[in-house]
Design a binder for this molecule. Sequence first.
Ligand code: HAM
Length: 458
Amino acid sequence: MPKEKKPKAKKQFELKSPRGVHDIMGEEYFSYQGFFEKAEEIALYYGFQPIETPILEQEELFTRSVGEFSDIAQKEMYTLRTRGGDKLALRPEGTAPIIRAYAEHGMHTRPQPVLLYYRGPFFRHDKPQRGRFREFRQFGVEAIGSDKSIVDALIIRLFLAILEEVGITNLTVDVNSLGDKECRTEYKKALVAYFRKHTGKLNTEGKALLKNNPLRLLDSKDPVICELKDEAPETMEFLQGPSKQHFKEVLEYLDSMDVNYRINGNLVRGLDYYSRTVFEIVETQEDAENENDSDEKEGEKKKEKKEEQPRALELGGGGRYDLLGKMLGTRRPLPAVGGALGVDRILMHEKVKKLDPRIIKKPKVFFIQLGFDAKLKSLPLIDNLRHAKIPIQQSLSKDKLSVQLASVEKLGVPWVIILGEKEVIDGTVMVRDMHDRSQKTVKQEELVTYLKKHIARA
Ligand code: HAM
C-alpha cells in the first residue's frame, strides 16, 4: 500500500519583522531624526534643495541604470507586478529616480546645475550582516547639469562636513577616475585581456563576471580574484585628455581642502552608471596609516591584527555619472555627480555624538494632578502651557502624588505644578521649586507669566 503523504505542518505565524529590516523607536528614532536635521542643514547651506521621490518606481528605471549584470539588478531588487501588469521595484538606490524626476519635471529649464538632496529608505535583498540591511536609510545629494570638477570636490567636502559634525573625524576618502566612455572602453579591453590569461583560476561566478561585467571583478571578495587584482591594469593608466585633466583638478581641490584621500586604482563601484570620478568614504584604519614607518616585525604583527580586524565599513560613496541621462533616454547629455551616505552604518558608529533633534525640548516643569476634578482641568491648562511654548512632562494616567513625585525625582525636573481639589476650587495651582522645595500658590491665569519669569533662572 502506498505510504500516505503526511500534510506539511503549517509554519506557525510569528509576530516578527522580516529578516534584514527592523523597527526604529525611542532614542534610536531621535538619533536618525537628529542626523537628518544636521545633514539637511549642511546640504541647504551648500545650496541643495530637498526632493522626495516615491519608494516605488518602474523596475526598468533601475535595470537600465545600475546595469543589467550588476548585483542590484541580478539578485538584490525587490520587484512586484501590479494587478494591471506594471513591473515595479522598491527603490534600491536614489540616483536614477532623481534623474527621472529631473527629466519628468523639465528641470533643464532651471539654472544649472540643479542641486538636490534626499533622505529615506532603500531596499536591497542582500545577505544581512554587520552594517548591511535589506531596508536601509540614505542621505544623498545630486548635482545635475555641470561637468565642473569643483562640484565633485564640493560633494566630497559636504559629506565629510556632515560626518565630522556628527563626531566621526578619522576618515579616508578613496578616489579614482574611470574616465569617459572612450577611456572606459580601452580600460575594459585591457582588463578582460588580463583576466583571460588567468581564466583557469576563476570560479564560475568569476568567469560569468569576466564575460558580462568585467569591471565588477574588481569589487569581488573572492580571495583568488583579490590576489589577481593587485597586478590588474588600473583605470588611471587609460585616462586621456579632458578626463585626465578633470581628475587632476578634483585632486587639486581635495588637496586645497586638506582632505585625507588616497587614490585607489581598483575602485570601480558596483553601479554601471559611473564615469570619471568615483569615491568612497571609510574610517581610517590605523594600520594602513602607519604601515610605512613600521619595521618588518612590526609590519608582520600589524598584518595579523589587520586580518583579525573587520574591514572598515564604507560610510558613503558616489561619483560622476555623465552617461546616466542618455542611458535613461534624455535627449541631451546630462553631466552630473552625486553621492549617498549610509545613515544606519553611520549611527552604529561608536564615535557618533548624541544627536537630539530640534523638536526634543528638555522640560523644566512637571505637571501633577490629584483627583478627578483636577484631571478635568488639566488638559486645558496644559494646552495653555503648550501655546506659551513651555515644555512640560506629565503622567496624566497616574493618580497618586507619591507615584507622580517619583517621576519628578527620576527626571530631575526643577519645577513642579500641582493641581489638587483645593486648587481647582480656588482657580490656582501650587508651584514648587525643587531646588529648595519652596512652594507658591499662583492664579491659573497668571501661571504662564510666573513660569516664564522664574524658569528662565532654573
Ligand atoms: P551605494 O554605494 O550603493 O551608492 O550606497 C551608498 C551608501 O549606502 C553606501 O556607502 C553604504 O554606506 C550604504 N549602503 C548601501 N547598501 C547598504 C545596505 N544594504 N545596508 C546598509 N547600508 C547600505 C548608491 O546608492 C548611489 N546611488 C550613490 C550615488 C548618488 N552615486 C551618485 N549619486
